[in-house]
Design a protein around this ligand. Sequence first.
Ligand code: R5P
Length: 314
Amino acid sequence: MGDVVRLLAGSANRPLAAAVAEQLDIDLTATEVSRFPDGEAAVSVDPDLRDEHVHILQPTSPPVDANLVELLLLVDAAARCGAARIIALVPYLGYARQDRRTEPGQPVSIRVISDLLATTALERVIVIDPHTRYLEAVAGVAVESATAVPDLAQAVADDVPDDAVVVAPDLGAIDLAQGYATRLQLPVAYVNKERLAGDEVRAGEVVGAVADRHPVVVDDMISTGGTIAAAIDALHDAGSREEVTVVATHALLAGDADETLGALPLRRLVVTDTVARATPSALDLDVVSVAPLLAETVRRLETGGRLDELETFH
Ligand code: R5P
C-alpha cells in the first residue's frame, strides 16, 4: 500500500490516523498545523506529493469550524503540490444534523458545508455513519459512507440478553436500529422524541414491546447525552428493565454529557474512536476502533471494491 497511497492527518484525530497508517503498514505523511497569533490556521504538508494518491483524515468534530477549515486548507495544500487524487476521510461529519429547515429562517447547513467541500480539489469524501441518509442528495461533492454498525454490533453481541430489544431513541435512528436488530436478531422499538432546543429534548411515547426487556439503545451520535437520557426515562416508564446498553458511533460528549450519562444505569456504553476529545471522558467507555474499517476503505478506494459491502474486520 505504501507505494500507492499517502495518508495525511489534520489535528482533529491524530491517534486514529496513526492507527489507520499502522493498519496500512505505511508512515503518516508529515503535516503541520499551528495558529497565527490572530487565530487563523497555519497549515503545511510534506511538499513531495506530485502524482500521489493522497488521503486526508480529519473528522469535523469539535471544534467543528476550526477542523473544517483545517481540512479545506490541507486539501488545497496537497493540490498545490500536484497530488493526482485527493480523498477526505471524515469519519465524523459535522453539520450533518442540519440537513433540513425545521423552522423558517434557518439555513440548510450541511448543503453549505458540502458545497464548500465541492469547491476544492477533493475527488470524494468518505464518512462513517452520517447523521442524514440524504447526505448524497444534498452534497455537491461525491460522498460515500461506510458503517461501523457491524463492528459495534459484534462488540455487544455476546453480552446482550436474549430478551433484549433494540431501541431507536428517535424516529431518525430507525434505520440504524434496524441494522443492529438484524445483526443481533432482536426486535426493534422506538421512542418519539421532540427537540425543544440544541441541548433540550422531550421523549414521548415508546412504540414497540419493551416491558421487562433489556433495552439496547442505539444512535449515530451522542452529543449532550440528552437524547439517550430522555429515551431511557421513557423506556423505564414503559416498563423496561432498569439497566440499559447504549451503542453509538460518534461520541462527541459535549457540554455536560459526562455527568448526564454518568448518572444513568448503563450496563455498557459502546462507541467508536471517530471523535478525539481534548480531555479524556470520565465515563467508562467501551471503544471500538474504526481504524480497520478506514484502512479497508482506503484499500478498496485504491485497489477496487465496493464500500457498501464492507463488513467487520476485527
Ligand atoms: C439526532 O437526531 C441525533 O441522531 C442524536 O440523537 C442527537 O444528535 C444526540 O444529541 P444529544 O446527545 O445532545 O441529545
